[in-house]
Design a protein around this ligand. Structure first.
Ligand code: OGA
Ligand code: MN
Length: 291
């Protein structure tokens, strides 16, 4: 079968069909998926029941280097014994629902803020691949915002002002916003990273706003002024016309480009309903080298 795309939103996001991600190996198809990512920024693959090792292998074939230094790793050991496999669930190591006041749950609630994955590291996250294992009977969707369209919609004066600005990203910051505190030792391991506010995809040439809940301040600007700018740009970028909402089905594998999008999880009753997904994220080696 041939790989085809059906667009899901007027600006971005498409459903990809005609490929089995467990076995896809040929360069032409992998390249066609990458080209699809350059165009749509979010690709939804239905009915892809990948085992954990198959998901890791596909991610490696697709983009090389995997992100394995997650923020969660400073809190507790990964229940799969592999830090490259991020546990996007509300379960403890025994498979039971996390209690309301469990520290791991409070940390994970940060995913409900608009963010990009691993922007608090250098190199940051590039492609995230999230595989749905258990989906609750209530809506527990993930929203994506197209940061290229958001950039394109800025006026020329604002675009000129943003050129060359750099932003400090820190997970300690994004968690503190919600009232979650890391210990001094944990903070020491989570120092953050600096990235340009505007990023350009070297393959498509499109620019995007590189924002996230982790974006703490603009380097060389007074902190309040930078925070106000980041807040203003975020409010602009998550306007409804830039947002696609994904309703999960078991077996979905969704890939997004962290340089071209932001995302957030939707609130649901997570102390009552199980929700279990696994994420693998690759590192942005390519543009880290080209900045
Ligand atoms: C993620 C994430 C949101 C969700 O997997 O990186 O932010 O809805 N997920 O689970
Ligand atoms: Mn995320």
């Amino acid at each position: 079968m041939e790989l085809t795309f059906r667009q899901l939103h007027p600006l971005f996001a498409a459903e990809a069909r005609g490929v089995d991600l467990r076995s896809v190996e040929d360069r032409a198809t992998l390249e066609a998926i990458r080209t699809g990512m350059d165009q749509y920024a979010v690709l939804v693959f239905r009915d892809q029941p990948l085992a954990d090792d198959e998901q890791l292998r596909f991610a490696t074939r697709f983009d090389g280097t995997l992100h394995a230094k997650t923020g969660a790793a400073v809190l507790s050991r990964n229940r799969f014994g592999n830090e490259a496999l991020t546990d996007i669930s509300n379960l403890d190591e025994g498979g039971a629902l996390l209690k309301a006041d469990d520290r791991r749950r409070m940390y994970a609630l940060g995913n409900r803020l608009w963010h990009t994955d691993a922007s608090f590291q250098d190199p940051p996250g590039r492609y995230s691949m999230l595989s749905a294992k258990v989906v609750p009977p209530v809506a527990a969707d993930t929203e994506f915002a197209d940061m290229r369209a958001a950039y394109d919609a800025l006026d020329g004066e604002t675009r000129a002002m943003l050129e060359g600005l750099r932003v400090h990203h820190s997970i300690a910051y994004s968690r503190q916003v919600l009232g979650f505190e890391f210990s001094p030792e944990e903070q020491e391991r989570l120092k953050g990273a600096v990235h340009p506010l505007v990023r350009r995809n070297p393959r498509s040439g499109r620019r995007s706003l590189y924002l996230a809940s982790h974006a703490s301040h603009v380097v060389d600007w007074p902190v309040p002024e930078g925070r106000l700018l980041l807040r203003e740009l975020t409010d602009h970028a998550v306007r409804p016309e830039f947002v696609y909402r994904h309703r999960w089905r078991v077996g979905d594998l969704v890939i997004w480009d962290n340089l071209a999008t932001m995302h957030r999880g939707q609130r649901f009753d997570d102390v009552k309903h199980r929700r279990e997904l696994r994420r693998v994220t690759t590192l942005d080696i390519e543009s880290a080298a080209s900045i």
